[in-house]
Each structure stands twice: as structure tokens, then as C-alpha cells.
Design a protein around this ligand. Structure first.
Ligand SMILES: Cc1cc2nc3c(=O)[nH]c(=O)nc-3n(C[C@H](O)[C@H](O)[C@H](O)COP(=O)(O)OP(=O)(O)OC[C@H]3O[C@@H](n4cnc5c(N)ncnc54)[C@H](O)[C@@H]3O)c2cc1C
Length: 478
């Protein structure tokens, strides 16, 4: 069934038994493991959005591949202006509620374009295999983990020049498939996924041909080991403290491929080293367009929290210096979202059918909003006051002997109770002074590629020559 409910998704995990390790121990039952609860919950919320009657019209779309409705954010191959603009709106909406929209449809789409190119350039027959895989994903509503980023070792050297590279590579070619060995880092959500897709992460040279590999496997394929880092929230479902991170967010994984067999029908690239640069290129268009919308959503979340903080402190969002800070944040969110939409307006259709937003606009927007997060977090501290990091804990509030002291000390008058004020302070703390804050920073700065790559893309693709020509004409140069 293409559109699973959150409950059906959780049920579907029982058919898989991935080799997951968390805090040094083997995790057997992913679907009810306490350290994986937030991740499963997070992914289930995405399934619910696409399948629930009230949101389905927005979050699902008819897939021409299987003629069934599929999740826009999770499974759809984006082929139109409409696809990428609707996805941007939804991404902003979801990220403004639970930080990550889990936009795997971006990865599936950019890989669609790259594999199409490989067949065109090399006369191979990978693209029909990839299409068949996408249809299987869509029909079953399978969640995916995205294995793109290799460890890379010494950043100045290609994998073939390093002694003992840990990057993922082909170690054996058999008539019926290949054997792969190595590692992918940062594979978000992997224990809660049904399938893992591996793709190359950078341009490669001829000597690196064994590292030019792409494939898909069930998440529990023999030899795939997931060393998971728990999501940032506390283990217990805090009703008051950590209201966001105790419910949602993903685990991150170091994913090991310990001599894993990949059957031929799931191999999408096998040695075509000269085509690898395409993936980061297409990624720079589509995924960074999404990240503009995603970061606009994070800013929206901070804006709502800042305004509410002002209110529970007995002020309001009209207090002049608070109004200025909130206005700055509104303008930043709107600029980033505007770049997501603007990149779509300037987009083009790749020969494979995938719609690629303009890379210069997308990377400029992302670079800008990335540079604002630290300032916005500082605004939250400013508007909240010191209590943000000094207030008593939820356990103190729940102790009947202590509560009266806290009740009177932290009252701020107005229409909000002390408990309301504490609840809002805890939300602000979750966002701006917690492990979630660190994750949000890492997610903003590094996920979708290092900040310098935004500048490199803009420098390489902006039409500087054309602008110089015009300047020469105006200046009257020959
Ligand atoms: C929360 C989060 C989720 C993620 N999810 C996924 C996922 O699901 N799947 C996935 O595949 N990846 C994922 N990533 C990985 C992400 O794409 C990378 O972290 C990002 O591309 C940066 O790569 P890196 O971490 O290896 O950093 P590095 O490349 O090591 O960068 C560190 C610094 O070194 C600089 N540098 C690196 N190489 C060079 C060089 N040759 N010359 C000069 N300077 C250099 C960089 O510019 C940067 O300043 C995720 C990352 C985060 C933080």
C-alpha cells in the first residue's frame, strides 16, 4: 500500500530486523526501543501527514509511475515547478513544527537524474532498474536511509590515494551482482527505514572507479551494521521539559557495509567514475532549494517562541526592541523562503524529467539563512531572560513541597500562569539551550553540504562574464 498511516508504518517495521547498535548495545526491536522512540515517532508523523484525510490533499500526490497516491515529501520524483514549490511550502510547514521534514524525495529525484545520465553516457541499463526500485518503494511506502556521505579520510586526497580508505567501494564483481565494503556516515533515520540507498558523494577520478557505486538494499541485508547515535531529546517522554525533542527527531548512524552482497537488479552504478560529479551538482539545486524552505521553517518556530516568551514575561511582541528582533527574524525567514521559490522560478527540466531549481539562487538563500541562526538563537536568550538556563526543572515543579516557592517566584502576572510561563521557557530551552540546539546548528550548517560549497556553486555558476560584458559596454570599452 503506497500511503501507510503512522501506525501501519510502525507495524511494517516488524518485518525487518536490522543490525542496530545504540549506546554500545544491540537494539533488537526497533519499533519499541526506548532510544529509538523519537525517531519512529518522527517518521510516523510524516506517514500520518500523507495519509490522514485532513492533510492528504497537500502531502500526497498521484505518482505517474504506479498510478497511486504517494507521499510528496517521502517518495515522489519531482518533475515540475509545481512539485518543487509545493514541496517547499510543506517543508517549511513541517520544519516549523518538528525541525525535519525528512525530504527523501529530493535524494530519490537527484539520483534519478544522475542514473539517467550514466545510461546516456555509457549505454548501461541501470535506469530501468532504478525506476523499478522507485516503484517498489512507492507501492510499499518504504522509508529510506540515505547513504551518500563517505568518511573521506584525508580531505586533500581522493580515496584511491589514501592508505586504507574507509569509503564505500566495490570489492568483488560477480555475474549476479557485486560485493561492497566500507562506510557511510551521518545516515539519518536508518534504524527506522526499510531500505538504504547508497550513492557517491563527490567527483572521482579514473583510479577511484571502485568507489563509484550506487545501489539499494533492504536495511537488514546481511553485513549492514548501523551504529546509531540517539536523537537529542531525553529518553523519557517529558510532558513539560523538552516538549519538542522528547517527542521527535532522528537518530544518526555510522553505517558499515561489511562485505555486503548487492544483487544485480539493485545495482545502479558500478565503476562509472566520470559521472559521479553529477550527483553533488543536482543535489546543490534541489536539496538546497529545500533547505532554504526548511531553515525558513526553523526561523518560524523561533519567531513564534520569541513572541510567546515576550507574552509570558508580561511584555508582548510590540515591545520595541523585541519587535525589532522578531521583525529581523520574519525578514530572514521570508528571504530564505523567497529563495526557495525564486530558485524554482528559475529552474530547468533535466532530460530525465526531474525539475532542478536554480543552483545560484538556492545556494545564495541557504548561505544567507545559515549565517543567521546563531543570531536568532541569541534573540531567544535575550527575549527569554536568564531563566532560560537557570529555571528549576520539571521534577522540582512536580514536587508539592517546592512548587509553591516556584509558583510565586516565577509568576509574571498578566494572563499567563506560572506553569504556562515555565512551559514556554522549556520550549525555548529545548530550542536554544539544549542538545537539540546543537543538533539544530549542525543540521543547519552541515546537512546539505559545508557552507563553503554554497559559495563555490555561486562563484562557478553566476554569469560573471555576462555582467563584465555589460559593464564594459556601458563604460565604452572596445
Ligand atoms: C544532522 C545531519 C544530518 C545528515 N544527514 C545525512 C544523511 O542522511 N545522509 C548523508 O549521506 N549525509 C548526511 N549528512 C552529511 C552532510 O551532508 C555532511 O556533514 C556535509 O556534507 C559536510 O561533510 P563532512 O561532515 O564530511 O564535513 P567536512 O567535509 O569534513 O568539512 C569540514 C570542514 O572542512 C572543509 N573541507 C573539507 N574538505 C575540504 C577540502 N578538500 N579543501 C578545503 N576544505 C575542505 C569544509 O569546507 C568544512 O569547513 C548529515 C549531516 C548532518 C549534520
Amino acid at each position: 500500500m503506497a500511503l501507510l498511516t503512522g501506525k501501519e508504518y510502525i507495524e511494517s517495521l516488524k518485518a525487518f530486523s536490522p543490525e542496530v547498535y545504540i549506546r554500545g548495545e544491540r537494539a533488537e526491536r526497533v519499533w519499541d526501543h526506548p532510544l529509538l522512540r523519537q525517531t519512529v515517532n518522527h517518521l510516523a508523523a510524516g506517514y500520518d501527514a500523507a495519509s490522514a484525510p485532513e492533510t492528504r490533499a497537500d502531502y500526497s500526490v498521484r505518482s505517474p509511475l504506479i498510478d497511486e497516491d504517494v507521499s510528496r515529501i517521502g517518495h515522489h520524483i519531482q518533475t515540475s515547478f509545481e512539485d518543487v514549490t509545493i514541496k517547499a511550502r510543506l517543508t517549511r510547514e513541517v520544519s516549523g513544527r518538528r525541525v525535519c521534514a525528512g525530504c527523501m524525495s529530493n535524494m530519490l529525484s537527484v539520483t534519478w537524474a544522475m542514473i539517467h545520465d550514466v545510461d546516456q553516457a555509457r549505454g548501461t541499463d541501470y535506469f530501468p532498474r532504478y525506476q523499478a526500485f522507485i516503484k517498489t518503494l512507492q507501492r510499499n511506502g518504504y522509508g529510506i536511509a540515505w547513504g551518500m556521505m563517505d568518511p573521506k579520510g584525508d580531505r586533500t586526497l581522493p580515496p584511491s590515494k589514501q592508505s586504507g580508505s574507509a569509503d564505500l567501494r566495490i570489492v568483488e564483481r560477480r555475474p549476479d551482482g557485486i560485493v561492497v565494503r566500507g562506510t557511510k556516515l551521518h545516515t539519518t533515520y536508518a534504524p527506522g527505514a526499510h531500505q538504504i540507498v547508497a550513492v557517491p558523494c563527490r567527483a572521482l577520478g579514473e583510479a577511484d572507479r571502485d568507489f563509484a557505486v550506487s545501489f539499494a538494499l533492504p536495511i537488514d541485508a546481511p553485513g549492514v551494521k548501523l551504529i546509531a547515535r540517539p536523537s537529542p531529546g531525553p529518553v523519557h517522554a517529558g510532558a513539560m521539559e523538552s516538549p519538542l525533542s522528547s517527542k521527535y527527531l532522528g537518530v544518526e548512524c555510522l553505517t558499515v557495509f561489511d562485505d555486503v552482497f548487492v544483487p544485480e537488479e539493485r545495482v545502479f552504478m558500478c565503476g562509472e567514475w566520470d559521472q559521479c560529479y553529477k550527483l553533488p551538482l543536482y543535489f546543490a539545486c534541489l536539496h538546497r532549494q529545500s533547505k532554504c524552505a526548511c531553515s525558513a521553517g526553523h526561523t518560524d518556530l523561533l519567531i513564534g517562541t520569541a513572541a510567546l516568551l515576550a507574552e509570558v514575561n508580561g511584555l508582548d511582541a510590540k515591545t520595541s526592541h523585541i519587535r525589532e528582533k522578531i521583525t529581523d527574524m520574519m525578514m530572514a525567514a521570508s528571504t530564505a523562503y523567497g529563495c526557495a521559490l525564486g530558485a524554482a522560478v528559475e529552474g530547468t527540466t533535466h532530460p530525465s524529467g526531474v525539475f532542478l531549481p536554480d543552483a545560484v539562487v538556492a545556494n545564495s538563500g541557504l548561505s544567507y539563512i545559515r549565517s543567521k541562526l546563531a543570531e536568532h538563537l541569541a534573540h531567544i536568550h535575550d527575549v527569554a531572560g536568564g531563566l532560560l538556563v537557570t529555571m528549576p526543572t520539571e521534577a522540582d515543579w512536580n514536587n508539592p513541597e517546592l512548587r509553591p516557592y516556584i509558583e510565586s517566584a516565577l509568576a509574571a502576572g498578566g494572563k499567563y500562569s506560572t506553569e504556562d510561563r515555565l512551559r514556554v521557557m522549556h520550549l525555548a530551552q529545548d530550542l536554544a539551550a539544549s542538545r537539540l540546539t546543537g543538533t539544530l546548528l549542525g543540521f543547519t550548517i552541515n546537512a546539505a553540504g559545508s557552507p563553503v560549497t554554497n559559495r563555490i556553486v555561486v562563484r562557478n555558476l553566476y554569469d560573471l562574464e555576462g555582467r563584465v560584458r555589460i559593464a564594459r559596454e556601458i563604460a565604452g570599452l572596445a
